[in-house]
Design a protein around this ligand. Structure first.
Ligand code: F6P
Length: 323
């Protein structure tokens, strides 16, 4: 193998730059040229890509986001779009592709590999909902941003004897909410995998109030049926239900823009290297992920269309800690 390409796709995640750097330097070390593709799959379709040198990927590891740019690309969902992408890579004698991204991105890489093009994915999403990796690039940084916000909100909540409702990212998955909730000492955690009714949230807050708590924290995943908007709507109809005065903070994309934590830099570096090693070993149509603290590959067909389930024992743990 003489030449590969690398791209980042879908929602950016802190640690993606470490993965780009590791793919590039591992490949160059093995005598393989690397093309960096701009703006995800869109760059493959537009032919927007350029060689990367070791120096091009210097000084990027400590920054969030992705130096290659990222996008969600509906054109790549069509066979015609993928054929253009394959043609553009063939013209540049690119023999294989590394795709750094989450669920949607790995669905794209699977479709490409089904058309005979060699692809290896790298597990990267702040949602940590991808099968094939115990943790994904970006989730640790996102949890830490949420946690910092929770800690700060607790300070003001305590001063004013208020309850705070903090909504964190996770369109379909409550992992960030659950982990930040446990680490932040939340009274209630609301996630899509284990819905809690507004009445139940109110009850738990009321119980905390009756136990003499000076403040309370509810951490909600954006994808929960009873997200922040719904809960606020509900509490407006009965402001006395919780005992506390309530304030709401929706963190949104601020969680994606963090500088990567050490854990995400290390994970990006290990998985980026792992993806190149997998290609060198002749593997294709697989995802490089971390399982049991080892970099291992999983066939993409076992991953696409699935969501890694959350460990509900941790949800119980959050509840026990809140009492
Ligand atoms: O996939 C990660 C994620 O951050 C989700 O948690 C969130 O709902 C979504 O991306 C937001 O995506 P966009 O960048 O398209 O707004």
């Amino acid at each position: 193998m003489k030449r590969i390409a690398v791209l980042t796709s879908g929602g950016d995640a802190p640690g993606m730059n470490a993965a780009i750097r590791a793919v590039t330097r591992t490949a160059i070390d093995a005598g393989i040229d690397v093309f960096g593709v701009h703006q995800g799959y869109q760059g493959l379709i537009d032919g927007d890509m350029a060689f990367l040198t070791r120096r091009d990927v210097g000084g990027i590891m400590q920054s969030g986001g992705t130096v290659l740019g990222s996008a969600r690309c509906p054109a790549f969902e069509t066979v015609a779009g993928r054929e253009v992408a394959i043609r553009n890579m063939a013209e540049r004698e690119i023999e294989a592709l590394v795709v750094i991204g989450g669920n949607g991105s790995q669905t794209g890489s699977h479709a490409l590999s089904q058309m005979g093009f060699p692809v290896v994915g790298v597990a990267s999403t702040i949602d940590n909902d991808l099968e094939g990796s115990d943790v994904t690039i970006g989730v640790d940084s996102a949890i830490n941003v949420a946690l910092e916000a929770i800690d700060r909100l607790k300070v003001t909540a305590e001063s004013h004897r208020r309850a705070f409702l903090v909504e964190v990212m996770g369109r379909h998955c409550g992992y960030v909410a659950l982990m930040a909730g446990i680490a932040g000492g939340a009274e209630v955690v609301v996630i899509p995998e284990q819905e809690v009714s507004p009445e139940n949230v109110a009850q738990q807050l009321r119980a905390a109030y009756d136990r003499g708590k000076q403040h309370a924290m509810v951490v909600v995943a954006e994808g929960a049926k009873n997200n922040a908007e719904r809960l606020v709507e509900h509490f407006q109809t009965d402001p006395e239900a919780t005992g506390f005065r309530l304030r709401v903070t929706i963190l949104g994309h601020v969680q994606r823009g963090a500088n990567p934590t050490a854990a995400d830099r290390l994970l990006g570096t290990r998985l980026g290297e792992g993806a190149v090693r997998a290609l060198q070993a002749g593997q294709t149509g697989v995802l490089a992920g971390l399982r049991g603290n080892r970099v291992l590959t999983t066939p993409l067909e076992e991953i696409v269309g699935r969501q890694k389930p959350i460990d509900l024992e941790l949800f119980e743990l959050a509840n026990i800690m809140a009492r």
